[in-house]
Design a binder for this molecule. Structure first.
Ligand SMILES: NC(=O)c1ccc[n+]([C@@H]2O[C@H](COP(=O)([O-])OP(=O)(O)OC[C@H]3O[C@@H](n4cnc5c(N)ncnc54)[C@H](O)[C@@H]3O)[C@@H](O)[C@H]2O)c1
Length: 524
């Protein structure tokens, strides 16, 4: 998998080879990596399968403050040691790594203690509850030299990985929009223990919604993973019952790009969602200049159609041969953790990118509270108001520059090199039956575009018989002026002539009515 985020302005961690020296222990290479699962609650069920059948890593110990649960898990996962005290577990020299699966408020102290004990850490999302804590965690892990990896199963969910491959391969052209739909039901899915709801309710009371902050991490991680770094958000977060932060709409703009996203939250209190996990489901749709790609489900099975559908110039293609069980994302996350410890790869979601997602989640909450657009960089700025003003000014400049570039070149510039040959072959597409008795002189002036130079042609039609010459006619009845790429895109059927006209790329002078027989006779 490529690096998680395509751009990050955040404090960079030390990613030099050997930076993960952690605890030198030559003997360890002879045995599997010993991992301890810390917090054996609901989500631990999804972490254990990633270790099953491996010979390079195993669940060596478990830890939970609930001794009955800890003992049950030890047996279930065939672990060797059981702890109810995290400090005692960290003092165990036979443990190489911890998977921290506890409520978010415990994440900071637990990660800092693990860093001091020189244990590699996989930490369930969200990293923590505020940015100061997150920075302290990054610092501590950096000083330890151990692997620090945030667990977000969505960026390993095979259909989303495939969606990114589709985008990266240019199958939908230049991506401009992402739409996510999240739906939760009042019924269905697996049982969630009451103790698990308790800390989530406290989170809600402190202003971090269960759907938009806690679960939201997955969606913001997926949105970043698919289309890059996000620089501002605008959110409306409501609540039907005062408990669940839904319905909600979250919108965002990607950094330095004409690219937008939106997520719609629905809570259908009376609906049972078919799911083996939480009573949720999500779907994702990315649109670009050449097509649309859809991932139809994630946590649940609300839509049973093909997992991915792609529409572009080849028509619809549907894919069903991709593993789509929600569990697969967790397996991918475990694989990344183990391989990072082995030095075979780097964590896809490390402290830096985990911080980026946390900042985004907090910006979304702030936007809803303050009823305004929030730039993510405001959140860790000493002078938020000045930062906002600076970013707004930069944004205006960027928008006018992007608008100008789009008007001049758009995405059709890549066809510019074909403009000359397509124009020289114009007569091949001539349909004489559409031009009976027509006489005209039409000039075509192609503007330089990318590597294509400016060119000019004359079309001379005498009583329905066409002739093409290089160079502009002296006195054309109609003169067309257009960038070479846009003209080529029209002749290739990639762009409509009306769109080019409305965008101001196609200029016509002279007798406009001549355009009608021109379009009919040359099938433009
Ligand atoms: N990736 C996902 O899809 C996903 C889904 C749910 C939860 N999560 C995340 O996983 C984490 C755990 O969530 P959960 O739903 O499993 O919660 P949970 O409440 O079901 O489990 C947490 C467990 O931690 C134990 N615990 C609490 N304090 C402890 C301590 N000091 N030492 C050891 N154990 C302690 C509790 O006894 C409990 O068994 C959270 O960070 C949550 O956001 C992720």
């Amino acid at each position: 998998m490529a690096g998680f985020s395509r751009r990050s302005d955040l404090v960079q961690e030390d990613r030099r080879p050997g930076a993960h020296a952690c605890r030198p222990d030559p003997g360890r290479a002879m045995r599997p990596i010993h991992v301890a699962i810390v917090g054996c609650g609901r989500i631990a069920d999804m972490h254990a399968p990633g270790y099953a059948g491996r010979d390079d890593a195993r669940i060596f110990a478990v830890c939970d403050t609930d001794p009955t649960l800890a003992a049950k898990r030890k047996q279930e996962w065939n672990a060797e040691r059981v702890y109810t005290d995290y400090a005692a577990l960290l003092a165990d020299p036979d443990i190489d790594a911890v998977e921290i699966l506890t409520p978010q408020k415990l994440h900071e102290p637990m990660v800092i203690a693990a860093a001091r004990a020189k244990k590699h850490v996989a930490l369930q999302k969200p990293m923590t509850i505020d940015l100061k804590k997150a920075r302290r965690m990054i610092e501590a892990m950096k000083a330890s030299g151990c692997v620090f990896r945030l667990t977000d199963n969505y960026i390993y969910y095979p259909p989303l990985v495939r969606l990114r491959e589709i985008i990266d391969a240019g199958e939908i052209g230049t991506p401009t929009n992402l739409r996510i739909k999240f739906i939760s039901g009042g019924l269905g899915g697996w049982q969630v223990p009451a103790s698990s709801w308790k800390w989530r309710m406290q989170e809600r009371e402190e202003g971090r919604g269960m759907q938009t902050f806690d679960h939201g991490h997955h969606l913001w991680a997926a949105a970043t993973f698919l289309l890059g770094s996000i620089d501002r958000v605008h959110a409306w977060i409501d609540s039907i019952d005062g408990v669940i932060d839904s319905p909600a709409v979250v919108t965002w703009k990607y950094r330095d790009a004409m690219r937008y996203g939106m997520c719609e939250y629905v809570h259908a209190a009376e609906l049972s969602i078919p799911s083996d996990y939480y009573a949720n489901d999500e779907w994702f749709e990315v649109s670009g200049s050449r097509g649309v790609a859809i991932v139809r489900r994630c946590t649940g099975r609300l839509d049973t159609g093909p997992i991915i559908s792609l529409f572009n110039e080849k028509g619809w293609q549907h894919f069903s041969d991709i593993a789509s069980d929600w569990l697969e994302g967790f397996r991918g996350a475990t694989q990344n953790f183990i391989e990072s410890i082995q030095g075979k790869t780097k964590p896809d979601l490390d402290g830096t990118s985990g911080y980026e997602i946390l900042r985004l989640s907090l910006a979304i909450q702030r936007s809803a509270i303050e009823h305004r657009e929030v730039f993510v960089e405001e959140l860790d700025s000493t002078w938020p108001l000045l930062t906002r003003m600076r970013l707004r000014r930069a944004d205006k400049k960027l928008q006018s520059k992007e608008g100008l570039l789009a008007r001049l070149f758009g995405s059709t510039q890549r066809y510019a090199s074909q403009a000359e040959s397509l124009t020289l072959n114009l007569l091949d597409r001539y349909d004489e039956s559409q031009a009976k008795g027509w006489s005209s002189t039409i000039g075509i002036s192609l503007l330089a575009d990318g590597s294509a130079p400016a060119m000019a042609f004359g079309l001379y039609i005498a009583d329905g018989k066409p002739r093409l010459e290089v160079g502009l006619p002296e006195d054309p009845v109609l003169l067309i002026t257009i960038p070479a790429g846009t003209w080529a895109a029209i002749l290739l059927g990639k762009k409509r002539i009306e769109t080019a006209f409305l965008q101001g790329r196609l200029k016509v002078e002279g007798r406009l009515e001549e355009a009608l027989p021109l379009r009919a006779a040359f099938r433009i």
